[in-house]
Ligand binder design. Sequence first.
Ligand code: C2E
Ligand code: MG
Ligand code: MG
Ligand code: MG
Length: 276
Amino acid sequence: KAKENGKNDCMLYSDSWSNSSFERLKLQHEMYRAIQRHEFVLHYQPQYDLKSGIMVGVEALVRWNHPVRGLLAPGSFIPLAEESGMIVQIGDWVLEEACRQNKEWQDAGLAKIPVSVNLSIRQFLQHDLASRIAEVLETTGLEPKYLDLEITESMTIDVGHITRCLLEITNLGVGISVDDFGTGYSSFHYLKNFPIDRLKIDRSFVRDIQQDPSDAEIVAAIIAMAHNLNIQVIAEGVETEEQMEFLKKHRCDEMQGFFCSPPVSSDNIEQMLKAG
Ligand code: C2E
Ligand code: MG
Ligand code: MG
Ligand code: MG
């Protein structure tokens, strides 16, 4: 069938195809050793209170310091890790490292703020998730209120299981945020059925707040609705002062985005916390 296409097309097609599947296999194989080799690192993106401008949290974002390819963004390996199931081990490492680091900052006398950790659906399907979280809090000594877990709307595979799991987690005193809010098919279902503390307005709505009146309406409505339900709101992907002003005007609680800071190393966060 490939022969029906032009000769060059065919070669390009098969080349890039075999290449990429080979690369994927290789990367998947390398991922297995990456944890023991300490090749994963966490960067942290600050979250700010919109009224006071104070840093009120950080989101842990994983990177892979690959020996040959350099520092890889999650987009280039998380999907593979999800596919292979390795995300469970990587996610477990992320959870423990984020809690350990946060406790270290607190012990050094820096601000006590929660760290947000992204959870994969695969981690939810492990039935011991809540006890694993309790164990990590115990071993790192971090108080539960300084951990926040980010879940996404795609996590509706087994609603009963997820509801029980989320209740177990909130009973520990750990916070729950809905990430990328508004991009899935089940936004309202989440708000109605799950014990949610905070929602994160997806960056795709924030991006065109200034140009697109419907995005502006949607963002304003999400904030108002969340507040009526006693849910805090943080806007993701804030890149301009105008976006920030809009969010402030509509009483959004917090913001996160390149306008304030991209994700940075733990050393950088330490400096920022020291500077106040
Ligand atoms: P996310 O959880 O929605 O994280 C926010 C992403 O948006 C980050 O990309 C961040 O660098 C980027 N971002 C923040 N502010 C801005 C902005 O103002 N403009 C733009 N254009 N982008 C901004 P990153 O670090 O590449 O992470 C991408 C995604 O990978 C995350 O999206 C999350 O879904 C996933 N991810 C990252 N770390 C983990 C992890 O430890 N576990 C799991 N399961 N997923 C993770
Ligand atoms: Mg997130
Ligand atoms: Mg997000
Ligand atoms: Mg997003």
